[in-house]
Write a protein that binds this ligand. Sequence first.
Ligand code: PLP
Length: 395
Amino acid sequence: MEKRRLYMDYSATTPVKKEVLDEMMPYLTDYFGNASSFHTFGREAKNALDKAREQVANLINAKPSEIYFTAGGTESDNWALEGVAFAHKEKGNHIITSKIEHHAILHTCEYLEKNHGFEITYLDVDSEGRISLEDLENAIKDTTILVSIMFANNEIGTVQSIKEIGEIAKKHGVLFHTDAVQAAGNILIDVKELNVDLMSMSSHKIYGPKGIGALYIKTGTKIHTFVHGGAQERRRRAGTENIPSIVGYGKATEIAKANMENHIQTLTTLRKKLIDGILERIPYTRVNGSLTDRLPGNVNFSFEFIEGEGILLMLDMLGIAASSGSACTSGSLDPSHVLMAIGLPHEIAHGSLRLTIGDFTTEEDIDYILENLPAVIERLRSMSPLYDAAKNERK
Ligand code: PLP
């Protein structure tokens, strides 16, 4: 098979779809007004802003007035945690989260802990990456003000029982935030059904531009302003709105909503072909994360007797772009905190590979991986004395 240029890292980021770019372009040139201005140029920008807010709200069955545009998932996570923590500190200083959150959550929790005296409980997860609802309920106390549990994990794809978590939080009068950066636009979400009070979302995971996202804040939720300045975003998030990106994000959510069923079905089929094909061809391999409650495009393997970085380099030479964990932790030699939290030993966590499928992935792409990955793994394993020993034992 000829060498291909194959992108298998859709969880890190996605390309901007042509329809999205087409929608954005006029707002960089002809309709460049400031949405706060009173003249026609301003009104054009304001109309575009209103339309995009409606499109994003539609994706998750929220009201447009509950959508606040931010500079992406990281800002939404920071705002949700800090905004709620500071607004509710009279009531209590306790926040519950999990050990497998994205660093946008974990590092914000550390900041609140170290600099502002908040107490954080980090819930364990099981071997598939799910928190226990019983542990959650037991962790809630009088001082608890917020539960923040991610919708779907960016490394292993496991989707949490969000509705049940929301019910527990509601029962105890505690706010519930979920980081849905990987989920919103990739799986069906209805905030009204889920008892979610705050939800973080991002555009560049669903074929929109980078540096734009949103925080859903349910009507009536008490939260502090995060960015101070002008009156934009109903005085809750200041700064001249990034209209071209907001328009792009709106369009991306509209497309995601319209294609949801087909997107889920196509990606799940490709995912199955990839998982089954690899497990058939490569021994000493495990799939990380849940096989049932999983993001449609996520595949995460651990191959015994090898180093993840070696696989990435060799795959890159074959034109395959993959990841060993989250994009933010690749480059560090520590094994992923997510793989450690699901109980993988260091040496196995090190041999992990995340391949994420997206709307431009084809069956031929999967065939190319199935054809090439076994030889890559075999070559890396041939350098391991432990692999030799394991093979001899098998004979
Ligand atoms: N949360 C999760 C689960 C993510 O996967 C990411 C990005 O990878 C983020 C937050 C950060 O989002 P953004 O890149 O839009 O800042």
